[in-house]
Design a binder for this molecule. Structure first.
Ligand SMILES: *Cc1c(COP(=O)(O)O)cnc(C)c1O
Length: 360
């Protein structure tokens, strides 16, 4: 068996410990005589799995009791619609457009009501986070929406926007569990787990209870109402059962690692290795404003498309995979999520150094 260092933006690297445990439990989960993939989601065994997953997540993020944790499907993209369908009581919301995912969410919301862009960084190809300390937010806006970490462009909100009392909704797909968060500052925190937590197919929504109501937009399908899933503790219908089981293992792994403060320190250390090199390199350079750099997704370029392609190909041959930038922006991107070991980043930087020597 040989594993590569996988810098994919998502689906992405998972902790080896978790994969090993899952492999060991594949044929016979804890004496049940079957794999977790084969068991009823209504069984006692599975009930323990989903309840423990929720309890561990609550513990890790210190989620207050007045927030529900929902394990859903449909990808982060389905939330682009579910959020307005459930929260747009006044049919108005404010969007901060800091990348493609935020833009998609903003466009989707326009189907359901007036979605106003109150700030954007599109003028500089989303290479920075706009100043959000004093935005012109409509008084009757139902919520303010952000994409907290911009997976494609590699920027991150270091400070949450001043929502002027409005509910904050955040897509945290690519920074989920990368650092401690104050859940009370948000109305909704959600993300697809395939970036920083688990396998594709699970979306976690953490939502304040008062936002879960029957009063959704007319025509909202039962499956797209938060209330449906909150009332049934994520078991209204068959949940993405195996994916939730793997997420649960990752939560336990994070707890063993020391929790979110500890993982933040690791993430800062890893990111520093790469950013320090980018700042001193004569060939490579990072593409975003320093203050807004993401700890998770690090885009960089050489300045030549040809050299970029050569780099990606040679890196792959050296066991450093998925370094090609998003198809919309080109260049390179190293996603260095929680499960990427420090050695992976060190190997990458050593390889970049060597590449620079050879291609001066
Ligand atoms: C990947 C990603 C999405 C889209 O996720 P899907 O699960 O594929 O719908 C949305 N937002 C962010 C920030 C992402 O990184």
């Amino acid at each position: 068996m040989s594993r590569v260092y996988n810098f994919s933006a998502g689906p992405a690297v998972l902790p080896e410990e978790v994969l090993r445990e899952a492999a060991e439990e594949m044929m016979d989960y804890k004496g049940s005589g079957m794999s977790v993939m084969e068991m009823s989601h209504r069984s006692k065994v599975y009930d323990t799995i989903i309840k423990e997953a929720e309890a561990d997540l609550r513990d890790l993020m210190q989620i207050p009791d007045n927030y529900k944790v929902l394990f859903l499907q449909g990808g982060a993209s389905q939330q682009f619609a579910m959020i307005p369908m459930n929260l747009m009581k006044n049919k108005k919301a404010a969007y901060i457009v800091t990348g493609q995912w935020a833009k998609k969410a903003w466009k989707e919301a326009q189907i359901y009501g007036e979605a106003v862009s109150v700030a954007s960084s599109e003028d500089q190809t989303f290479s920075y986070i706009p100043d959000c300390s004093d935005l012109d937010i409509p008084d009757d806006a139902d919520y303010v929406y952000i994409c907290e970490n911009n997976t494609i462009y590699g920027t991150k909100f270091k400070e949450l926007p001043n929502t002027k009392g409005h509910t904050l909704v955040a897509d945290v797909s690519s920074c989920f569990l990368s650092e401690p968060v104050d859940v009370t500052k948000y109305g909704v925190i959600y993300g697809g787990v395939q970036k920083n937590i688990g396998p594709a197919g699970v979306v976690i929504v953490i939502i304040r209870e008062d936002l879960i109501t029957e009063d959704t937009l007319p025509g909202t399908p039962t499956m797209l109402k938060y209330k449906t899933h909150a009332d049934a503790a994520s078991l209204y219908n068959t949940p993405p059962a195996y994916g939730i089981y793997i997420c649960g293992k990752v939560f336990k792994w994070l707890k063993r690692m020391g929790g979110l403060s500890a993982i933040k320190e690791c993430n800062e250390e890893k990111a520093k290795i790469l950013y320090d090199f980018l700042d001193e390199s004569s060939l490579f350079r990072g593409t975003v404003v320093k203050e807004d750099r993401s700890l998770m997704n690090v885009p960089f370029v050489t300045g030549s498309d040809e050299l970029d392609a050569k780099f990606v190909a040679e890196a792959k041959a050296a066991g450093l995979e998925n370094l090609k930038g998003h198809r919309s922006v080109g260049g390179m991107r190293a996603s260095i999520y929680n499960a990427m070991p420090k050695e992976g980043v060190e190997k990458l930087v050593a390889f970049m150094r060597e590449f620079e020597e050879k291609n001066r």
